[in-house]
Design a protein around this ligand. Sequence first.
Ligand code: ADP
Ligand code: MG
Length: 256
Amino acid sequence: MIVGKRTGLEEPGEFVADGVDGLMIEAAGVQKVFEAGGLRVRALRGVDLGIRRGEMVAIMGPSGCGKTTLLNVLSGLDELTGGEVRVDGEPIRGMSDRRRTRFRAEKMGFIFQSYNLIPVLSAIENVELPLLVAGKKPKKARRWALDALEMVGLPEQADKRPAEMSGGQQQRVTVARSLVNNPAIVWADEPTGALDSETSKGIMDLLVRLNREQRQTFVLVTHDAAVAARAHRTILMRDGNITSDEPNGSPRGEGE
Ligand code: ADP
Ligand code: MG
């Protein structure tokens, strides 16, 4: 483990310890500085963090505290300014852009607040797109995409375009898209931010079930305490730092 300071992992957990220490994501002293137009923003100021395989972690904190930036540097979408990040044991920093893109395509799925679906494509075409981009055969991509749509309960909507679906259905399509390559990690940035509370609960039921059944690691940013409560653990951020990192005591719902 590269993490020297407190990581929030001191309590023995319920997670399967694959590999040396069972950690899927390790961050040590992570810093991110944005410089734009003479302005310097220290968005991350030395974040230490470890996330286990199969763990679902919620990240909360006021707007502008660095949640999205943290997700972006942990997932390799954005460069870090200082510190070290390892995902599944591999340092993100030394990777070439090409290698990192491939690493992301193989290991990671992404869910955003704005569904980021392509409007002219049907649900199934949106879901299979990452597979086609990754060079999978069209027939196989179609089969996997249908499986993923079934997993999120939308097989009947396969031929609909985003505009023909409700917000909750669109977010289910993005969940299907994020899972279609069976990624080890799913990153979700305010996945229920645009949904009413009932639809939001439906999406969280789905994510909790997938986390339990597929044992994927989930890292989700949310403003909603009810959403965070469904995770195994909640991390609080403020001004580019983690200020609290505690396991969630209460049951997660949906059978766990
Ligand atoms: P959160 O997701 O918690 O709302 P962000 O991670 O988006 O916060 O932003 C953290 C800080 O970094 C904010 O002060 C924000 O203005 C700044 N920031 C984020 N992205 C950029 C960027 N691309 N260029 C300059 N500053 C940025
Ligand atoms: Mg954000």
